[in-house]
Design a protein around this ligand. Sequence first.
Ligand SMILES: NC(=O)c1ccc[n+]([C@@H]2O[C@H](COP(=O)([O-])OP(=O)(O)OC[C@H]3O[C@@H](n4cnc5c(N)ncnc54)[C@H](O)[C@@H]3O)[C@@H](O)[C@H]2O)c1
Length: 260
Amino acid sequence: MQPNVTSLAGRCGIVFGVASRRSIAWAIAQAWHDAGAKLAFTYQGERLKENVEELVSSFGQDTPMYPCDVTRDEDIARVFEQVGKDFGKLHFLLHSVAYAPKEALEGQFLDTSREAFRVAHDVSAYSLVAMARGAAPLMTEGGSILAMTYHGSVKVVPHYNVMGVAKASLEASVRYLAYDLGPRKIRVNAISAGPVNTLAARGISGFTQMLQHYEERAPLKRNLDPKELGTTGLFLASDMSTATTGQVVYVDCGYEIMGM
Ligand SMILES: NC(=O)c1ccc[n+]([C@@H]2O[C@H](COP(=O)([O-])OP(=O)(O)OC[C@H]3O[C@@H](n4cnc5c(N)ncnc54)[C@H](O)[C@@H]3O)[C@@H](O)[C@H]2O)c1
């Protein structure tokens, strides 16, 4: 019998970035869970704990949850120490975390302060490097690391500003990490998603027009369904994609191919 390459049964993963039911991380976690994975979750702080607790309880009361502010090395270290104790090993990791101060997402990129630039890169790009370093020793059977990105990394999207620059750094980090971790059979990829109405997205001014713009211009003439991020997340975490690493996979109804 052929092995079931779509199954994640017997494998363990960790998800960074669930804040609400609308979070992209939640869509991907559901797909991983439905494929049989055992999952652990992190939450940013006490403010989000209850939300995340309520959501993950649907995966079973014993689903591990750890607090983690990704700007704190000690939090990241504690998470992986705990994963080692709870699971003993790790097969996949989702980085679905980003932040930039609100004022940096409104005016001109030209006016980005040193501090806003630093914070955006620390939370949205460097954290992937820190997570990969924490996760790799637990990925003894190989693994898949997945990050979420957006097209504002390669093209100018008004108002996306410093977040676009941070996403460019995140995508380059995906490639360098893929090179470093390839010999350990650990793959690193990113999904570049079209707009999805989440808490983070609402921080970008003009987001509603963006949804409309995509619907009009994308070849598929619609916006994506978050479930489609789940299925692509499953593809990239599972044995369906064992020769794919260092890639940015677009899930945007084709918007990215358009020149006009
Ligand atoms: N929503 C979209 O349109 C869209 C499109 C493309 C890519 N993305 C990316 O998807 C990812 C998830 O965003 P989302 O849209 O699901 O929004 P979301 O608000 O649901 O998720 C963002 C997450 O980042 C976490 N976070 C922020 N700062 C943190 C910190 N210091 N420590 C720990 N966690 C922190 C938040 O707690 C939250 O869980 C982000 O990387 C985002 O850039 C979103």
